[in-house]
Design a protein around this ligand. Structure first.
Ligand code: ATP
Ligand code: MG
Length: 282
């Protein structure tokens, strides 16, 4: 199997009445109305597409929503080898037998829950096409190898994500696929929210988290001027974890905030200059 598939160990209980929307939970800090949009899509049986740069919280959000709605979740990390069989299933050779093994999409359709296709745009066209009947009013999955037509249960939801920054026009989704989804555009959280996320996720103090966020905001201004993509929330969390308590050493900050994203001497010099925003903490 080419796609990484991870059925979660979440309890398989049907969702209760949808809880009140709040903006904070133990493990996800909302930026806007994304929780409400997700819940409306879930109860309206609509598939959801989440677009946004790497490390801005897409996966964390979907995991949070699965937990919040009390449904299991299957994640597939799509790549250019991800085929229809990787999603739907295949016959495998086991001794003298060849049993049919459901893929993650089929499991989610049979049992109910969220099937999350990460970087969907990377998957092969034949894999994306099988989603069509599932993503529209039919909500059916045709398993051609077993000649079954499966009807998605009420609590099934298809969620996909991709990073628009990585896509060339050759790797875009077809209109007929896009128009079957409701979409949410994710971006880096607003500074005060991002600082809370960095502090919560790393355990660092809010002051240091705010300083890291200020660096992130300034560094993101270099996108298109030497940087391909902005410094992610994930990178800021890593920096906080690497530094730990105490005075932030410049080598540690560079290892977390500069070395992973650029080798360009000019961009590195500019980013090094911005590190003073972080070093002043201590
Ligand atoms: N709103 C948030 N609440 C809590 N943690 C967050 C939030 N946003 C981001 N994070 C943190 O940032 C990290 C990166 O988030 P996540 O893995 O969800 O990014 P992503 O958008 O899925 O990235 P990729 O496109 O690379 O898969 C997570 O491990 C989490 O700690
Ligand atoms: Mg992700």
């Amino acid at each position: 199997m080419s796609g990484a598939c991870r059925p979660s160990a979440r309890p398989e209980r049907p969702p209760a009445a949808l809880p009140q929307v709040d903006d904070v939970s133990s493990n996800y800090i909302a930026s806007g109305n994304e929780i409400e949009v997700f819940e409306r899509a879930f109860s309206g049986k609509l598939p959801l597409l989440i677009k946004g740069p790497t490390g801005c919280g897409k996966t964390r959000f979907v995991e949070h929503m699965a937990e919040r709605l009390g449904v299991p979740m299957w994640t597939v990390s799509c790549n250019e080898d991800t085929s229809a069989s990787d999603l739907v299933g295949r016959y495998i050779l086991r001794g003298t037998e060849t049993p049919w093994i459901d893929g993650p999409l089929t499991q989610a359709v049979r049992k109910g829950g969220i099937c999350y296709l990460d970087e969907i745009v990377e998957a092969r066209q034949e894999a994306i096409v099988i989603l069509n009947s599932l993503a529209d009013h039919r909500r059916t999955l045709f398993v051609d190898k077993t000649a079954e037509t499966l009807h998605a249960p009420e609590h099934f939801m298809l969620v996909a994500s991709y990073n628009p920054g990585y896509q060339s026009t050759l790797r875009d989704l077809k209109e007929s696929v896009k128009q079957r989804f409701v979409a949410i555009h994710f971006d880096y959280p607003a500074p005060e929210i991002e600082a809370r996320i960095v502090a919560t996720e790393s355990g660092c103090g809010l002051d240091f988290a705010a300083a890291l966020t200020r660096f992130g905001v300034r560094a993101r201004e270099l996108v298109g001027n030497g940087l391909f993509e902005g410094v992610s929330t994930r990178m800021l969390i890593y920096a906080a974890r690497l530094v730990g308590t105490g005075k932030p050493a410049r080598e540690l900050l560079e290892a977390a905030l500069i070395d992973p994203i650029t080798d360009d001497p000019n961009v590195r010099a500019t980013l090094r200059g911005l590190l003073s925003l972080v070093e002043s903490r201590a």
